[in-house]
Design a protein around this ligand. Sequence first.
Ligand code: ATP
Ligand code: MG
Length: 429
Amino acid sequence: MYIRDYLKILRRQWRLVATLALLCLAAAMLWTMLTPSVFESQLQLFVTVQEKGNTSNAYEGGLLAQQRAKSYAQMAQGRAVATDVVRQMGLHQRPEDLQAQIRADVPIDTVLINLSVRGSSPDRARAIADAVGRQLIRLVDQLEAPAGATTTVTLRSVKPAEALSEPVWPRRTVNLTVGLLLGLALGFGGAFVRESLDTRIRDGDDLEEFGLPVLGVIPGDPAGGRATVEEVLASPRQLEAVRHLRTNLRHIGAKQEMRSLVITSSLRGEGRSSVAVSLAVAVATTDRVILVDADLSRPRLADYLGLSNEVGLSSVLTGQATLEEALQGWRSVLLVLTAGPALPYGTELLTGEGMRHFIKQLESLADLVILDAPAILPVTDGVALPAVTSATLMVVRSGRVRKEQLKEAMDRLRLIEARVLGAVLNVHA
Ligand SMILES: Nc1ncnc2c1ncn2[C@@H]1O[C@H](COP(=O)(O)OP(=O)(O)OP(=O)(O)O)[C@@H](O)[C@H]1O
Ligand SMILES: [Mg+2]
């Protein structure tokens, strides 16, 4: 997989990624809000050693102070200090629980003791830290002042306890960052899983797997809704796309004869009728075009073009009208053969030699005959028309048809040796 493949997946699945990222961020935020805050207060103590009558041996005194500092740090976290503080402050907690809130350490080669005490509020943490400091100093004074001692070791507070106004727990920034990263990771994971399970055709790359050149890409209706044929014809983007399709078809037509063109698709609703009408109008600016509604199961062209459907293809095929009677002009631009009255087993009329002759007859009247055909898979004779015309164009609606379905449709076309020119990708959502 190349970077552009990852970017493509991201572009398609960005909603999933964004949703999971936001959900995890919201969960992290909620968890942070619901977790009781813990504040910390810090206090620094200093150990001094004085030898009565002898101030010369400062080095030894310093060493002694460093050793003492380590012991006092242990005592600060010990049971005796915690018990005294609980009693003195009237705390409603067990000494061992308070012990867990006190941390004392001695920076290397110093005579300092850094005390940090945690509490449920900044004031409480500071009050406990002060009390721990006081109790420790009192305890050290008691221990270090035996009668007749020549050395005086004292512990002093360097500065009063200070409380941080920001809680040390929960760590808001860390939690939110982790929540967001976790959400993004889940989102990306989910996007890749979803993509690997989703076999719907999305873009031209997917069509190339089927050997289908993309001859045109019809953009969706910008308003997101269903566009009427009038709207499609009035939309500059859609018109431009159809003109591009026309140019590509002309290119093919210049090399190989193309007198009749079937517009079909694997499934219903992929946009065959819309493409057939807009392409017919585009080609009709220079060529004589006959547009035929050959989708007898779901005739739409009469509706789309505001024409009558009383007489049409079915009437001609059953001999109830002549072709000349059934053909209708549309805005002096093109000739249209609507589907005509519905018949039981109507699609069977489209098969066989009779239909081939009929197509030849139509071809003799125009430069190009465009047929809006039934969808291939849901109809029994879905490939009847591609079998009797000179070229076929597949309309593929992106995000709708699955690869298996397109493969099945292409297999059926291959079986009857249809000449499939390529595909029109309809990106209408
Ligand atoms: N690119 C598009 N932009 C806007 N609307 C579209 C587009 N493609 C199709 N539609 C709308 O989707 C609906 C179905 O399109 P259309 O009738 O062309 O498909 P079809 O394949 O002929 O369907 P059916 O199987 O019913 O014959 C129509 O309402 C049409 O206006
Ligand atoms: Mg249709």
